[in-house]
Design a protein around this ligand. Structure first.
Ligand code: FRU
Length: 497
């Protein structure tokens, strides 16, 4: 039996989705059926498919009562929309089913999420409480556990917040389940806590696994993730309200990672310095999963809390990034688009050794859904610019200042009608090699993979689709060693059930 709230949401999303023009939706990035989407949740492989849930308010294209939307895919490129699975319909989650994760256990698909509620304090005032809850399902329908919440703030040491305690990420090691949960202490110091359970329903607090020991890494740590990658352990989290440090951490609410060493027996994680995960303007709350073939893949919300280029009139809001494969090289995480995207390539167009010393366009190089790689060399120039989604009125520009080794993204003229951040500068990590820029554009987003994924920058735009030009410009003479452009991948569209 599903609750009335969930059933209403399911009826509503189907009806409203049918009214939305699909033309402005991305082709291979996940969007909500209707309304609002934020964090990816429950990214997992279950019963032969990848499942991705998401923070979802079906009723308005703005954040609101949090449900869990649901989608599946067999290749992380072509998505299918399924009925939403969780609604805020119990006393313990009446203020929202916040972010969480998923795991398979005894053939069941288990969702772990944060139930947000309000309690009455002795003085009669109300206060929020965030606790961890579970639901068991079959890949389509999920039943909340009768003894929810299964992890509460009361299990934590006294100086941990009971209000900010959310976003559980679950995994299993030998015969024990573990959860890390985002938290902060009563002095606003961000941290992640570790809990364990033998049976998924009885949990105990283990330790504070990591904390903002330098005080420089924001306040509350949202959406933690923790996993082994090659010979290291990685902690990812999204600290709120973090100050920028030179060219790093420019998003206010940032997503960072720490590499480190994990002593599994004693639950001690020795972490190194934090690093930026994505240098663009629209990236938050990433979550990873381990694929059956051993790849560790990360997906994130392609938006930031503070900057939104989407016009208020649009009936839906929020997209996921492309899933990205992670690896460690030279002490850093490198990211590349999942290899499955290569199966959709069409209309290949290839130029080599082209000298660019003024405004230049190339036959066949245009469009709004494409995978384009530009490899640059030469030292006789200062600035080299690629403009995308452009015509006389619109443009999003990527300018490489070779002398400073800085790449600037400028979306001021992408069509945005709000005063949001539009320029971002990225210090290129390796200027000794030829600069390689791989742009993946899907109508209203551009993900830029720099130097084979050593750095990545994700940017949302809001440009009418007819602005499909791509141009190159240089104030001296640069050589485009190779320009490979693959446009209009086979029309994918999203399928709904
Ligand atoms: C991160 C976040 C999470 C929370 C969710 C609510 O973007 O604030 O911490 O669970 O969004 O929608």
């Amino acid at each position: 039996m599903i609750s009335q709230k969930l059933s209403e949401a399911r009826v509503y999303e189907i009806k409203k989705e049918a009214e939305i023009e699909i033309e402005n939706r991305p082709v291979f990035h996940l969007t909500p059926r209707v309304g609002w989407l934020n964090d990816p949740n429950g990214f997992s492989f279950y019963d032969g498919l990848y499942h991705l849930f998401y923070q979802y308010n079906p009723y308005r294209p703005f954040w609101g009562p949090m449900h869990w939307g649901h989608s599946t895919t067999s290749d992380m490129i072509k998505w299918e929309q399924l009925p939403c699975v969780l609604a805020p319909d119990e006393e313990y989650d009446k203020k929202g089913c916040f972010s969480g994760s998923a795991i398979e256990a005894d053939g069941k698909h288990v969702l772990v999420y944060t139930g947000v509620t309000r309690i009455k304090l002795p003085d009669g005032s109300e206060q929020e409480r965030q606790n961890q809850c579970i639901a068991f399902g079959d890949g389509l329908n999920y039943v909340k556990h009768e003894n929810n919440p299964v992890v509460t703030g009361d299990m934590l040491p006294e100086n941990c917040s009971r209000i900010d305690f959310r976003d559980p990420k679950i995994w299993k090691e030998d015969d024990t389940y573990y959860l890390i949960v985002g938290s902060k202490d009563l002095n606003n110091v961000g941290q992640v806590v570790l809990c364990s359970s033998k049976n998924l329903t009885d949990w105990q607090f283990e330790t504070i696994l990591a904390a903002n020991s330098t005080g420089k890494i924001g306040t509350m740590w949202e959406c933690p993730d923790f996993f082994g990658l090659e010979d290291k352990h990685v902690l990812i989290c999204s600290p709120q309200s973090m100050k920028a440090d030179k060219y790093e951490f420019h998003n206010g609410h940032n997503s960072v990672y720490f590499l480190g060493d994990y002593d599994k027996e004693n639950h001690v994680f020795i972490k190194e310095e934090p690093h930026t995960l994505d240098y663009g303007m629209d990236f938050y709350a990433p979550q990873t999963t381990l694929l059956p073939d051993g790849r560790r893949v990360m997906i994130a919300w392609m938006k930031s809390w503070d900057a939104c280029v989407v016009p208020d009139s649009q009936d839906w809001q929020g997209m996921m990034t492309l899933p990205r494969e992670l690896e460690i090289k030279d002490g850093r995480i490198w990211q590349k688009p999942v290899k499955e995207i290569e199966n959709y390539r069409a209309n290949k167009c290839h130029y080599t050794d082209k000298k660019i010393d003024c405004y230049t366009t190339f036959d066949g190089i245009k469009g709004r859904t494409l995978d384009m790689t530009v490899e640059l060399s030469g030292e006789e120039y200062h600035d080299f610019t690629v403009e995308m989604a452009c015509d006389d009125e619109y443009s999003t520009a990527f300018t490489y200042n070779r002398v400073a080794g800085v790449l600037e993204i400028d979306r001021t003229c992408c069509g945005v009608t709000k005063d949001v951040v539009c320029v971002r500068k990225i210090k290129i990590a390796d200027t000794d090699r030829k600069l390689k820029l791989r742009f993946i554009m899907d109508r209203q987003s551009i993900e830029l993979f720099i130097n084979d994924g050593q750095q990545v920058a994700t940017t949302a735009i809001c440009t009418p689709l007819q602005a499909d030009g791509i141009s190159f410009n240089c104030d001296g003479s640069a050589v485009v060693l190779s320009l490979i452009h693959i446009s209009e991948p086979t029309r994918l569209g999203m399928i709904s059930y």
